[in-house]
Design a protein around this ligand. Structure first.
Ligand code: HEM
Length: 291
């Protein structure tokens, strides 16, 4: 759905179902091998490279169309971001934006619902809050989301437990840490995944405990100390507030419309995904009932 809106809002001529499906196929291939594509020379990944080239060509068209001022919508996420990026890098940045948004937000949506389902108390509390605040209304306002903080805690807890394995930077100028000099050209990495398992900041770190977020000031966008799921500094995730809002909105509306029961255990996380948020190793079976 996000993929669809992304293009429709920017009024791209993907008006035929087949063309849209072709886009989905190329994006899926790009996403499946992203971990390898970022490390292995492209000549060894022919299909992945073909899909990347296809997507970059598409984004070159998108960017040109936006630059010509013919897009109907204004202030879409893509337009806002392109306003601050060099023209030369715009197609690559557009593809990065599409990948970074979907590859992180989609698995986190899954983990939030799965963790809540696996913790009866969390599922019930979240459902009760949604029923009390949203009722059966069709529209959801920002004010209503603010009145369901427990949902936001569940989302933050899912992000904490399934955040990216590494956030990396290439060293431009040598620097010294504890008597070690890190030379220019090296890569330095920090692991949000492991940082979030430090009991100094997160007691019982492996447990899903939404209540721990009560002491953060999420309304003022202040996280818990030690939480680094969105990276840091100049290049930290520019989509973080958007991500939290869309996740909150989706989970609230899901709980409003469906009841769910786990039919299998929640799958383990896959150790193959290091760059983006963790993905599950396999399917999770649920019984879904429309309310
Ligand atoms: C729960 C969801 C998300 C998580 C955990 C997440 C996490 C991250 C992390 C760790 C980075 C690297 C930051 C760094 O290098 O310091 C990043 C970068 C990025 N994210 Fe997110 N992200 C999420 C959702 C989104 C969404 C929804 C969007 C877009 C609407 C987005 C757009 C981006 C972009 C464009 C970058 C690259 C920034 C750059 O290199 O300049 N992310 N994200």
């Amino acid at each position: 759905m996000l993929l669809y809106r992304y293009f429709i809002l920017d009024f791209i001529a993907i008006s035929f179902k087949e063309a849209f499906e072709e886009l989905v196929q190329h994006f899926t291939k790009f996403d499946e091998q992203f971990e390898y594509g970022s490390k292995i020379p492209q000549m060894f990944l022919r299909e992945w490279t073909q899909s990347k080239v296809w997507l970059l060509k598409l984004f070159t068209k998108v960017v040109n169309q936006l630059a010509s001022g013919t897009a109907e919508e204004e202030n879409t996420v893509l337009q806002s971001l392109l306003a601050v990026v060099d023209a030369e890098h715009s197609p690559n940045y557009s593809l990065l934006l599409l990948w970074a948004s979907l590859a992180n937000a989609v698995p986190i949506t899954f983990w939030t619902l799965a963790f809540m389902l696996a913790h009866e108390h969390a599922w019930k509390k979240a459902k009760d809050d949604v029923a009390a605040v949203l009722g059966s209304g069709k529209e959801v306002t920002e004010d209503q989301l603010l009145k369901t903080p427990y949902l936001r805690w569940c989302i933050m807890e899912a992000i904490r437990l399934r955040s990216p394995g590494v956030v990396a930077r290439r060293v431009i100028k040598p620097f010294t840490v504890k008597n070690y000099t890190i030379p220019a050209g090296d890569m330095v990495m920090v692991s949000p995944y492991w940082a979030h398992r430090n009991p100094k900041y997160f007691p019982d770190p492996d447990k899903f405990l939404p209540e721990r977020w009560q002491s953060a000031d999420l309304e003022k966008n202040i996280f818990l100390d030690g939480f680094i799921a969105f990276g840091g500094g100049r290049y930290q995730c520019p989509g973080r507030w958007f991500a939290l809002m869309e996740l909150h909105l989706f989970v609230a509306q899901f709980l409003q419309r469906f009841d769910c029961q786990l039919l299998s255990t929640v799958p383990e996380l896959s150790p193959l995904h290091v760059v983006g948020t963790q993905q599950p190793t396999g399917p999770c079976h649920v019984k879904l009932t429309r309310l």
